[in-house]
Structure formats: C-alpha cells, structure tokens
Design a protein around this ligand. Structure first.
Ligand code: SAM
Length: 331
C-alpha cells in the first residue's frame, strides 16, 4: 500500500471533496450576501472526473474522502457520486458534511451507498435566529434530517456549530442539551477569517478558551477529556459524563495543528487546495479531461503535495485568502 508523504513528513490520507459551490443556505459568516457562484455545468468535475481523481488519490494512499461543498446534497446525482467514491478500492471512509436540510430525503440511500457518518452544521436551534444566520433556513427540516441520519444508522453523527459572540454564545448550553437528547456529538468551531464574509464575522470570534468557559459553565464538572488521535484534526474532545455524547472544540485559529495535518481539498472545479489557510493550489481538471496517463496525473498530485505549506497563516496573511469564499473552497 503506497503512502502520500509531504516534505514535512506528514502522511496525507484524507481528501475533502467539494462537489458543488452552490448552497441552499447563505450563512452570513460563510458567503457574501451578494456573492453567487459563477459556475457553469462544464466547469465542475463530472462523475467520471471525480471517480478517476479519487481512484488516483486512493492508489497514492488516500483512504478517507469527505463529501462537502457548498451543499453536497443539492448536487444532482449525489447518491451516485457516493456510490462511485465508496466503491473505489482503498477508500474505507466516506463521511459527509451537510446542513441537513435535504438529509431527510437522502440519509437512508446515502448510507446504503457507503456514506457511513455525517457532520451536520447547525449554529442555533432557535427558529428565528437559525433563519437569520442561514438567511432563510428552516430548523425543523434540519432536525428532520438529523433524525433520518440516526434512523439510517449513520455513526457517529456530529453537530458542528460556529460559536459567535453576541450571535449564538447564549445557546451553547441549549445546543449541548440537544445533542445529549439525540445521543449524538457536538463540536463548536472558532470563526475562521476565510473569504470576506469570514473576515467580517471574525469580529464575533470566540477563542477556544472562551468557548470552553461557556461549555464548563453549562456542564459544570461533567467533562472527561478524550485522548485524541493524530487524525482527529484540529479538535479537542470531551466525554460528557453520564451521557452518550461528546463535546469538542475545533480551534484551527488559536491553535496550529498543522504538524498533524493529514488533508487536502479538491474544489468542485477541480482545484487541489493544499491548505485552507494558504493560497497554494493546482488545477487537476484539465489533466483528468486530457489524455494524460494515470501515472502522469499521479506525479502531478505527488508534486503538489510536496508543496503543501508547513502551516496556515490565518493570523498574518488574511489578504492572501480573502478572495476565496469558504463555500467555494469546500468547507
Ligand atoms: N454545506 C455543508 C455544511 O453546511 O456543512 C458543507 C460546507 S460548509 C462551508 C462546511 C462548514 O464550514 C460548516 O460547518 C460551516 O459552518 C463552516 N464554515 C463556513 N465558514 C466558516 C468560517 N468563516 N469560520 C468557521 N467555519 C466556517
């Protein structure tokens, strides 16, 4: 089994695959109000392009492919895409990131086609606030989606909530209670200064410490730290004593977890992004549509991985990434 190792000795085994730039929500910290993706059908990778790229990555050592976007469930053929990816030899883990608005419709079919687990973005359980944050979202549909994922046997199911001062910091306890009630996990995310919407939202930023203080205030002494494995990514996790749930914090801004980074991102248009907090990328779209051999394309990927930056520069190079919307990058 081959391994994809970058020049800092990190093993890259995780591909985050965005399959559309479009989203049915317009979360204010993710997407500019005025921004609409300029993305024609021929611009985005076809099913065949996606399957070929995933196969080449798998031959190089990638084992985990996360479906993300934009909102992956609005891409036509999502179930087929899940099937194509999960049937690639070597791919053993196909999680999904979704806002869950359409999960009620797709959870069972996705599970049958290889999507074993799901992260669901949900920043509020208050009907009005949820609508405001998402600019029109319906929390009842999201809860329906969560219930469908539970019924389909997806495991684990994690809620991801961006913690924002003055927006939803008063709901941290309610969101935790919701997760406990559903026997699922919850993680709070630091706001990242990505794209102009993210940079603007950074004024509501809460650090890991701020978030942990709120969690502790709600749960008192009911937290047992979990030892995280190197592949957990930028999250610290705790078991909530007396429940089946865990709570975590994704602190990509206040902590550099870059020495353990095991991931790269592929946009819907076929750009391979080597680091969420840096500009570097190469296009694979033309390569997979040309008559370049598999070996040549694999060499392109290996060369790109060798250029993966040592660490993100969220704090010092905001200008570099300010033009890249999170929804286009693939969250
Ligand atoms: N539509 C899917 C979803 O809702 O999970 C996948 C894409 S979305 C861009 C992925 C994640 O990125 C969501 O959890 C979202 O909250 C998060 N996100 C977007 N912009 C962010 C920002 N500026 N800071 C932190 N997280 C952000």
């Amino acid at each position: 089994m081959s391994k994809l190792i970058d020049k800092f000795g990190r093993e890259i085994n995780y591909l985050r695959l965005s399959i559309t730039e479009h989203c049915n929500y317009r979360c204010f910290y993710c997407r500019d109000d005025k921004h609409t993706p300029n993305c024609k059908r021929e611009d985005i990778l076809s099913y065949e392009n996606i399957q070929r790229i995933v196969r080449l990555f798998a031959e190089l050592g990638i084992t985990k492919v996360r479906l993300t976007g934009g909102e992956p469930l609005i891409r036509r053929g999502i179930v087929k895409i899940a099937r194509l990816i999960s049937s690639v030899p070597g791919i053993t883990d196909v999680p999904l990131s979704t806002n869950a608005q359409l999960l009620g419709k797709f959870a069972q079919k996705l599970k049958e086609n290889g999507v074993n687990r799901v992260n669901i973005s949900m920043d509020s359980i208050n009907v009005e606030k949820f609508k405001e944050i998402t600019r029109g979202g319906n929390i009842a549909e999201v809860i329906e989606g969560i219930d469908a994922a539970i019924a389909a046997g997806m495991y684990p199911i994690k809620i991801n909530a961006v913690a924002m001062r003055g927006i939803n910091d008063d709901e941290i306890g309610d969101l935790i209670d919701f997760a406990i009630e559903k026997n699922i996990d919850i993680r709070f995310i630091e706001t990242m200064p990505i794209g102009s919407a993210g940079i603007e939202a950074a004024s509501q930023y809460m650090s890991e410490q701020d978030i942990l203080a709120k969690i502790n205030q709600h749960l008192k002494n009911r937290l047992t730290p979990l030892i995280s494995s190197k592949t957990d990514g930028p999250a610290s996790n705790f078991k909530i004593d007396g429940t089946k749930s865990t709570v975590g914090i994704i602190s990509a801004v206040s902590n550099h977890f870059c020495d353990a980074c095991n991931r790269v991102r592929l946009t819907a248009k076929g750009d391979l992004i080597l680091c969420l907090g840096q500009e570097d990328s190469i296009s694979l779209k033309d390569a997979v549509r040309s008559d370049l051999s598999d070996n040549k394309i694999k060499q392109m990927i290996v060369d790109a991985i060798n250029k993966k930056p040592e660490k993100h520069e969220f704090n010092s190079a905001i200008d570099n990434i300010s033009n890249r919307q999170m929804a286009e990058t693939g969250g």
